[in-house]
Design a protein around this ligand. Sequence first.
Ligand SMILES: Cc1cc2nc3c(=O)[nH]c(=O)nc-3n(C[C@H](O)[C@H](O)[C@H](O)COP(=O)(O)OP(=O)(O)OC[C@H]3O[C@@H](n4cnc5c(N)ncnc54)[C@H](O)[C@@H]3O)c2cc1C
Length: 286
Amino acid sequence: MVAPPPPSDVSAGPVKDKPFKVIIVGGGVAGLALAHCLEKANVDYILLEKGVIAPTWGTSISMHPNGCRILDQIGALDEVEKYCVPMNRFFNRGPDGHPFVYDYFFKSVLERTGYTTLTLERRLFLKALYDTLEHRERVHEHQRVAAVVERKDSVAVVMQDGSEHVGDLVVGADGVHSLCRELMWKKANETIEGYISAAEKRSKQCGGVLANNYLQDNADADILCTAMKTTYVAIIANVPQMPGLGPNDMHATSFDKVSFLVLCQPDTIYLAAHFKLPHRGAVPLA
Ligand SMILES: Cc1cc2nc3c(=O)[nH]c(=O)nc-3n(C[C@H](O)[C@H](O)[C@H](O)COP(=O)(O)OP(=O)(O)OC[C@H]3O[C@@H](n4cnc5c(N)ncnc54)[C@H](O)[C@@H]3O)c2cc1C
């Protein structure tokens, strides 16, 4: 068993008289939600996003009651609700297209939890999170973080152009291909050799092909390899509304190894086709 790394001397710095500042790397779902939480807690922050907030690409996102409850707490639920109509019926269909189950599923969920399910364009969801921030001036676009430097009583993130932002805590909210996670792995291994095992890093380190060879060649791979694994892949699309599908119903149609999910909103249908893979694979698939 490997001992945990010793506490960094960063914590040994003097208590400062200026406000504690958090640097959030990434302006996606997690980064914007954290910005809201910090505002509620009256903690200063800066959010750095390498691209733009709410980019035009991406399809839908569905907020279920657990997510809606948090949106309500941070004061963004009303804004998100402006962009969609709550989901209504759920149809489960077999290969012949006939529903074998259908009911007012989302209404029952609302009755039981107090929150409904919202499906909307992902771009509009991110826009709603951004628009409801009190301190939007703290959010900076086109700021790609390239490095994180720990100092005695502060931490700096270094941008691609060499400029810096200084704060007290860096939070990596930079998604599934996180640079911050990679830097933390590096730091952990510099502190204690082998602390983050190669198996743990497998998918990032080697890419999909080697990770998948590893999964197939090692009986204990599922335990050792903590990289994300997947059994399905999906193709996603937005299409215009179609008569007969309902303005806010959900339809799932299942075939052998293929299924379709159709999420209807009054002007758009969000479509996902899921395919079962021949083998369980590590992400990213290659
Ligand atoms: C097709 C699809 C459908 C989904 N549907 C749902 C759904 O219905 N409901 C649901 O709850 N979840 C859904 N998810 C999952 C959900 O989208 C993710 O869990 C969520 O986006 C993760 O949020 P995040 O903030 O961690 O990462 P992201 O949303 O990926 O945000 C990371 C951000 O960090 C930025 N960034 C990255 N590197 C840097 C850097 N070096 N410097 C500065 N910025 C950087 C990126 O540009 C990005 O904006 C779906 C995912 C996909 C792919």
